[in-house]
Write a protein that binds this ligand. Sequence first.
Ligand SMILES: *Cc1c(COP(=O)(O)O)cnc(C)c1O
Length: 403
Amino acid sequence: MSESPSPLSERPALLGGLPVRTTGPPSWPLLREEIQSSLMECWQTGDWGRYHGRQIPRLEKLLRDFYEAEFVTLCSSGSSALELALRGAKVEPGDEVIMAAYDFRANFQNITLLGATPVLVDLRPDDFQMDVSQIEAAISNKTKAILISHLHGGVVDVVQARAIADAHQICLIEDACQCQGASYNNRPLALWGDVGIISFGGSKLTTAGRGGAVLTNNATIAQRIKLYQERGNLAYPLSELQAAVLIPQWESLREDHGHRLQSVELLHSLIAQENLLGLSLLKQNGQTSLKERGSHSLSPGYYKVGFRYDVAQWNGLSRELYCEAIRSEGIAFDPGFTALHHASRRYRSLSALPNADLADQQIVGLHHPVLLESAEAINEILVALQKIYRHAEELQEWKAKSI
Ligand SMILES: *Cc1c(COP(=O)(O)O)cnc(C)c1O
């Protein structure tokens, strides 16, 4: 394949060209001065070496105020937060928990760890969020909880999920690990459930490397969590030092959230203008139906900006190779999750799960740190996309040869 020679910047980096972002994707976390000051304060006061200092109560208060949640339990990860939430819902061996067939793997494992069975329902075809209209059919006399999880910039229909949980008096657990700062109807995502969880893991929107929190306004659930956590030694604590680095991040979260929304809006409009049909926004069934409920105050969260990748529109360029190629341009795209029914057999389901299968094959997500950069950085994403799009066939041939 010898075409006319093109300047280096025209070539995909994977084929020896110059990457669009020569410095690679932005690193995470951001090295902000407020975080340094908070760490220094922790050092000076000695809180870094204490069980009980000033940082944990400060972070708890910030989260209580942010979420208007009466009870906040800090813990060692989002996954341990889910375990505590499940225990708070009194999920026990033999029980069932309804969840989407496409979700964070550890959520599924947490349920089986407690001896309960995940009952998988399918996704909506348009936005690849849990199809909550399938929940009711999945309820049995063993159902102890419903787990909803907002993924890849989408929002589960929280109004309908809430209504179903209320009608059947089943505990609704809301995983908001991917959408800190997001809200619907001015109510933060995480608090539409009876109990919500967030994560402070190293890639998340607010990070302490590890960490998580359980949020609830339900005193019974809070009491069960407290009893579990305080048997003997404290189970899954967060440290003062972790709280110290999180405090400034929660103080600036609203502003950061606004910045991310702006970037995503720009990105979507650029992609629409350029008619990049092979990369469509996860559109937006749940979100439209929420908007149609008379409010337009839907504000999604973007840990990943999710897209449906259509391999046919990209001249057969596989999703994995697309991700590899765009990453070598300095733009952090990854494939989504593996559908849960492909990873384990320890579940029950009522039907085939065709939309979860599609999500498994098609989703790609743009990692969030670039969303806090300038409009120019968002424009660069498009430049990279177009470059890969133009060279899709050549990339595919290159891969075939290099195997
Ligand atoms: C990150 C994440 C969690 C929890 O992750 P930890 O790494 O255990 O903090 C849970 N659910 C979803 C959807 C996540 O993305």
